[in-house]
Design a protein around this ligand. Sequence first.
Ligand code: UMA
Length: 463
Amino acid sequence: MIIPHHLKDQKVAVLGLGRTGRSVIQSLMKANAHVFAWDDQESVRSAAREQGLPIIDFNAIEWKSIDQLILSPGIPHLYPAPHPLVAQAQTVGLRPVNDLEVLYQSQPQAFYIGITGTNGKSTTTSLIGHILKECGKLVEVGGNLGIPALDLNPLNETGTYVLEVSSYQLETSPSLHFNVGVLLNITPDHLERHGGMEGYIEAKKLIYKNATPKDTLVISVDDPHCLTIYEALKAEGRMKVVPISTCKSLPEGIYVKDGVLYERTQPVLDLKGFSRLKGQHNWQNIAAAYGALRSMGLEGEAIAKGIASFPGLTHRQQVVAVYKNVTFVNDSKATNADATAKALTCYQDSRIYWLLGGRPKEGGITSLKPYFPFIEHAFLYGESAQSFYLTLEGEVPCTICQTLEEATEKASRLALESKKQNAVVLLSPACASFDQFRDFEARGDAFCGYVNAIIHSEQKKAS
Ligand code: UMA
């Protein structure tokens, strides 16, 4: 845990008591700061009160007496409108900051790598962290991927923080300085929180807000927004900029062509064998990690070894088990059709027994029609079952199930009994989980449990 001693005796207001807020409060209490906590949800407040957290009604707080306001990333401070309490605090000149800012102020001696982008952040962050650890470096990995910044351990000047940073977090961490920044891609997301696309792009650009000529930005040049940023930075010459691409050859920087990674036009690594990082989107993540680590002086060979031993992320195309002719894949993180498209692309040479459903997103799964020919059988469950059935009807054999458990059971039996090679039972729901599960993690964990139970019972039958 980070103990922010610089906040000792300061009056600190913490707004939002989710993962971030709770972690911040623990750290602040250890630092002997005066903590005032609030959450808009009464149920959250009463649970916090029971746990002894210092809940104070922020509607009656004297903002002038507060030294710092620490804001959870999910709470707006600008768009669509500032949270009313944040607006009040801002009238007395309090500028909300987040836990990454507190981490940086507390541990400025360490080296910082920050990874942002619309997609691929968590994989790239974990991959960079994994490779550095494999190379024997002192590393702490966290941020938006689910480990709040102040839950990490303190590091000395030889240590590195590898942080996944969301657009929300970039906006409220004014002094955070990344020695190496990574900008993976920009496509529309969270627009309501940034006042539109321009605002979202501006937020992403904050990844290099404090960069100096010694620092490096690794940036994709494959989407028009990132390309514009790259060209402007290149002309400006304010830091080192390493372009990456998975669709075109680059005279400098790093690119992937036919599954081979090139560094300054030299082929250095065949990516096709990395089964836990399949698909073009993962090649972008690898190229970004490679660029970031090369900029720190790591050898290509050491990076390649680290990529080979990367275990992958849970709930993201995670291979749960291989039994007889069937591979079981947990892609519960795929909460929309775009994310599911990536999994279906990766397995299009297999026979896919597809488990999908939950609370549907706008547009449903119509954008996935080009993948329907690759589906052996679809198993539908959850709130979306009927509407998805109508989209798939006539093109893909479908079974409607009541629960994910029933869907897993039926898909597994069919795949195993078919004895067809390359069968994949793929949970890639293209939906939010909230109709049947607490979150996508609970859904993925449940799936893994069902798969293990099925395999166990098959093994028992066979013995
Ligand atoms: N709350 C209020 N008032 C509001 C809004 C929220 O009081 O107007 C309270 C809620 O009642 C709740 C708390 O704030 O108790 C939740 O705060 P939060 O939404 O910031 O969530 P945390 O649990 O603190 O999780 C945050 C990130 N969440 C968001 O950015 C929405 C997590 O990223 C992150 O893992 C975690 O901090 C640790 O750093 C999640 C996410 O969805 C995975 N991120 C977005 C994304 O990846 O697209 C940006």
